[in-house]
Design a protein around this ligand. Structure first.
Ligand code: ATP
Ligand code: MG
Length: 434
């Protein structure tokens, strides 16, 4: 390979036309579900002030400590960061535009996020999230709504609950409860310091809860026997958790309670949840979220409860592939075969009329030969193109047809060739649409 060739950055992928159709298909499914739940789209910048994430996510989280793409704006020295997630950005925008002044808001977003992680299947440096945030809602019914929203999407995509994915749910309680648990946790880990790895030792007094999230196999037994936060929850937190669970049960959502569910950001409280699939190995979490009642105030806004989730688009697409679920391939309805270049001028207005009637048409176009002149490919190779592009029909604008002011329509997957008049396109349009 030419060593001067410029390549994409490691962990950042091109999404080429052969797969972008699947992305668009997924995005369409998402828009449909979001609109059925009355969630509205929000689009915030990809670059934010570094400070936003440090304050929003917590400065001893994995993301802020080691995964952010941060840089200095050379023009003015500002500290900037490519967004590693979008809850902080959405909350910033909500505060900045006073979006909650008259009513709470249900919002969703889609877009690229950036984290400097070790690239592997299901883990990239530029990846894509689709997220939902309900700002200004404190009731357990909206925690449940959030989960129902994601679950509706899984079903629309063709996933089966239980075998393809399952829900894990837990509660982080409120800060006083977490404080009490934290004290117990530190005491417990201090008694077992010999088993802790370097990272755990470093976090012992800064963020001991994150030790529970370790992927180190040598620490698993220790972590499993650690004091559980859910045992420290008071009545109000427990009631909130139970009412979320009740709504899930009443709506056919199976779940397992995971008392050790720790999410990657510090902003969560009460309900936390993850949708996990057994089909993607250690990158099996396809969606994670929870309640973050303290974030709005922490970001300088008026205190308002909130709940949200984000799903990993690449992982969801991987799962679709793994399960061999059919994603319809993109193909035009028709391919225009134009054997003689001099007829193109006459054909294009016909194609335009078809497109205005919502029929998708791919036009055969000329190529420039060695002599510098444009020419149309042979009839046979034009037909081959019509076949490989997946069109259902070939529209043949041959010299004979045009002399007769008509077009021949050849169904590509069996059926008789038929001729239609060009003078009145009504019969052609209705044939192509059926
Ligand atoms: P993990 O434990 O796998 O690192 P996380 O807790 O860091 O996940 P969140 O920050 O909650 O993940 O992001 C929500 C979802 O975004 C994840 O459940 C996952 O599906 C996806 N995701 C997170 N990081 C990546 C990544 N680097 N590449 C691809 N998808 C990702
Ligand atoms: Mg992570």
């Amino acid at each position: 390979m030419d060593k001067n060739k410029i390549l994409a950055i490691k962990g950042m992928n091109d999404i080429l036309p052969d797969t972008s159709g699947q992305w668009e298909w997924l995005e369409e499914k998402v828009r449909s579900v979001m609109s059925r739940f009355a969630y509205r789209n929000i689009r915030t910048p990809i670059v934010e002030s570094t400070h936003l994430f440090v304050r929003g996510l917590g400065d001893v989280t994995d993301i802020v400590e080691k995964e952010m793409y941060s840089f200095e704006d050379k023009m003015n020295g500002d500290a900037l960061t490519l967004r590693p997630e979008n809850t902080a950005g959405v909350v910033r925008a909500a505060i900045e535009h006073n979006m909650l002044y008259d009513a709470p808001r249900r919002l969703y977003y889609m877009g690229p996020m950036f984290r400097h992680e070790r690239p592997q299947r299901g883990r990239y440096r530029q990846f894509h999230q689709i997220g939902a945030e309900a700002l200004g809602f404190g009731g357990a019914e909206v925690d449940a709504e959030m989960i129902l929203l994601a679950d509706t999407l899984w079903r629309d995509l063709g996933f089966t609950q239980g075998t393809d994915y399952h829900l894990e749910i837990g509660s982080l309680g409120q800060s006083a409860e977490r404080k009490e648990h934290r004290t117990a946790l530190i005491a417990y880990f201090e008694q077992h310091q010999d088993v802790l790895d370097a990272e755990a030792l470093r976090r012992l007094h800064t963020n001991p809860l994150r030790i529970l999230d370790t992927k180190n196999p040598a620490m698993q037994t220790l972590v499993e026997a650690a004091p559980k936060l859910m045992d420290y929850l008071g009545d109000a937190s427990m009631r909130h958790f139970k009412s979320v669970c009740q709504i899930l049960e009443a709506n056919g959502i199976a779940y397992t309670i995971n008392p050790r569910l720790v999410r990657g950001m510090d902003y969560y409280n009460l309900t936390v949840f993850e949708f996990v699939t057994p089909h993607l190995g250690s990158q099996g979490t396809i969606c994670g979220g929870g309640r973050y009642d303290d974030l709005m105030a922490q970001m300088g806004g008026k205190a308002s409860p909130a709940v949200g989730w984000a799903l990993g688009v690449e992982r969801v697409l991987e799962l679709l592939k793994e399960l061999k679920l059919q994603v319809p391939a993109l193909a035009p309805d028709a391919y225009a075969v134009i054997p003689d270049l001099e007829n193109v001028q006459r054909v294009i207005p016909v194609l335009q009329a078809l497109r205005r009637a919502s029929i998708s048409v791919q036009m055969h176009a000329s190529t420039t030969g060695a002599d510098g002149n444009a020419a149309m490919a042979s009839f046979k190779s034009q037909f081959k193109r019509a076949d490989t592009c997946g069109a259902r029909f070939a529209l043949v604008f041959g010299a004979d047809e045009l002399a007769d002011n008509s077009v021949s329509v050849k169904p590509m997957r069996g059926g008789e060739q038929q001729t239609f008049p060009l003078g009145d396109l009504g019969s052609l349009i209705s044939f192509l649409k059926n």
